[in-house]
Design a protein around this ligand. Structure first.
Ligand code: ADP
Ligand code: MG
Length: 469
């Protein structure tokens, strides 16, 4: 395994643990410059990133590197890169035999028909509109959980501004929202290269807005976001509670809509479940089409694994694909991460994959470890965060409806995810009686069967528990 392959494998794992925005911010333009006697030197573009990685992500980075090398890595150092860095290889140049190496030179690679990691398109190739080459309709596998969202995205891409405006896609982490949003962009661009499009996360939209206000550059901001034919805003739930940004988005939306410009939005939940979202904005989001994406079923997971293997020219027997699909069901990002690790492991040790070795890799994953190490405090924090309430309120005495439901969900998840005893659950959530915890568990357990909104929320929290740092 080369340094680059090792780093790609580690990044594949880190990506599962860290929110997308953070991942892009902190790991862009990083690479391994040296590996000797178990010490890895990671080159980063500036001091700020160095400090941040050391302070915040060191443990996760070390874990990921150890995981990818079966503990051969024992330490990590970070170095600010002053020279030239390796060009991110474009995803489309899989067959290219030339690659830029650190220091600026060009090396000749062996043709690597079965080298998964060399062909791993993780070095993101992002075009000037912010679109990643990988996220196209051609590489999107359609299954039960995503067929509506896919069909809606396709329709919008074929006839922008005319069918559904806006298109609002929602679903949990790693289920393909960003992929679909960007696929719309790619498709429209391919039809009409002169078209003006903009893809931005809601976080970027927010930051741009704040900057514009601060620097008195409202016009530039408006020009950027309103003079486009297609606006794609990802993870719109980020604007919850941000009044100024919501106002800006409202006007942006109105302008675009009046001009029949297509708007596509993604969110981790439906508009009516985004806390503190202005009513007028909620109703705008509901004007067009709302499509949800749910977790992929077994067949879809197998199909996705098959496609990912094919894309990377790596062979895995159908029963091995089935084994992975059985064990990784949360989301597609995790599925990709598991596949990355499995291939890295077998290449590193130069052994053929067997069900035994695959199981070993799956069990040693960060996800499995995270599941084993999740604390009740973390769970409570996540739930409070999800519902935009404080932990004090969550465990407090108030019986307001907007607090009681999150509290009951917390009790339910403590039982389900941590196997805590009822007395323990009652105690952790504000010194309540164990019968209260039992009642809450039974109530949520039953309600989930018939209330799909509740089930989605619980699934979403569960996913967050295991995928955010
Ligand atoms: P989200 O934005 O919902 O969190 P992403 O769009 O980032 O999820 O998807 C996570 C990863 O899974 C991406 O690499 C994406 O290409 C892949 N992916 C998700 N859904 C599919 C699918 N149906 N077919 C192929 N790849 C998928
Ligand atoms: Mg996304």
């Amino acid at each position: 395994m080369t340094n680059e392959e090792l780093w790609q494998s580690a990044l594949g794992e880190l990506e599962l643990l860290i929110s997308k925005a953070n991942f892009t911010t902190w790991f862009k333009n990083t690479f391994i410059s040296a590996l000797a006697e178990g010490m890895v030197v990671i080159c980063v573009p500036n001091t700020f990133t160095k400090v941040w990685l050391e302070k915040k992500y060191h443990t996760a980075i070390l874990h990921a590197l150890k995981n990818s090398t079966d503990n051969a890595v024992i330490g990590v150092e970070y170095k600010v890169n002053t020279g030239q860095q390796p060009e991110a290889r474009a995803a489309k140049t899989n067959s290219a035999l030339l690659e830029t190496v650190p220091g600026g030179g060009v090396s000749v690679k062996e043709p690597a028909a079965h080298n998964f990691l060399t062909n791993n398109p993780l070095p993101r190739s992002v075009n000037k509109y912010g679109l990643n080459d990988r996220y196209q309709f051609e590489s999107f596998i359609v299954g039960k959980g995503n067929e509506l969202a896919h069909a809606a995205a396709k329709a919008v891409a074929e006839r922008p501004g005319t069918v559904y405006n806006p298109l609002f896609i929602y679903g949990g982490v790693g289920l393909g929202k960003t992929h679909l949003l960007q696929a719309v962009g790619h498709h429209i661009l391919a039809q009409k290269p002169s078209i003006k499009i903009l893809y931005a996360s809601a976080e970027k939209f927010t930051n741009d807005y704040i900057q514009a206000v601060k620097n008195g550059q409202a016009k530039q901001f408006n020009d950027t976001y309103r003079m486009v034919d297609l606006l794609l805003i990802d993870d719109i739930q980020f604007i919850a509670g941000k009044e100024g940004t919501q106002e800006a988005l409202f006007h942006t939306f109105n302008t675009l809509h009046q001009n029949n410009c297509q708007v596509v939005l993604s969110s981790d939940r439906p508009p009516n479940a985004i806390p503190s979202l202005e009513k007028r904005l909620q109703s705008r989001f509901e004007w067009g089409m709302i499509a949800d994406i749910s977790q992929p079923d077994f067949e879809t997971r197998v199909a996705i694994l098959e496609a990912k293997c094919k894309e990377r020219l790596y062979d895995l027997a159908p029963e091995m694909l089935a084994l992975i699909a059985e064990n990784v069901h949360n989301n597609v990002r995790e599925l990709e991460g598991a596949l990355n690790r499995i291939v890295a492991h077998h290449q590193f040790h130069q052994i053929p994959p067997t069900s035994q070795t695959i199981k070993e890799v799956l069990n040693s994953s960060t996800y499995a470890r995270r599941r084993a190490s999740l604390s009740s405090q973390e769970l409570v924090d996540h739930i409070a965060d999800f519902f935009h309430i404080t932990v004090d309120d969550l465990v407090g005495k108030s019986r307001k409806k907007e607090l009681v439901l999150p509290r009951q969900i917390a009790m339910y998840l403590m039982r389900e995810e941590l196997s805590s005893s009822y007395p323990n659950i009652g105690q952790e959530l504000g010194n309540r009686d164990h019968t209260t915890a039992m009642h809450a568990y039974t109530k949520i357990h039953t309600a989930i069967e018939s209330d799909s909104g509740l089930r989605q929320n619980v699934d979403l929290i569960r996913q967050r528990l295991y995928s955010e740092v």
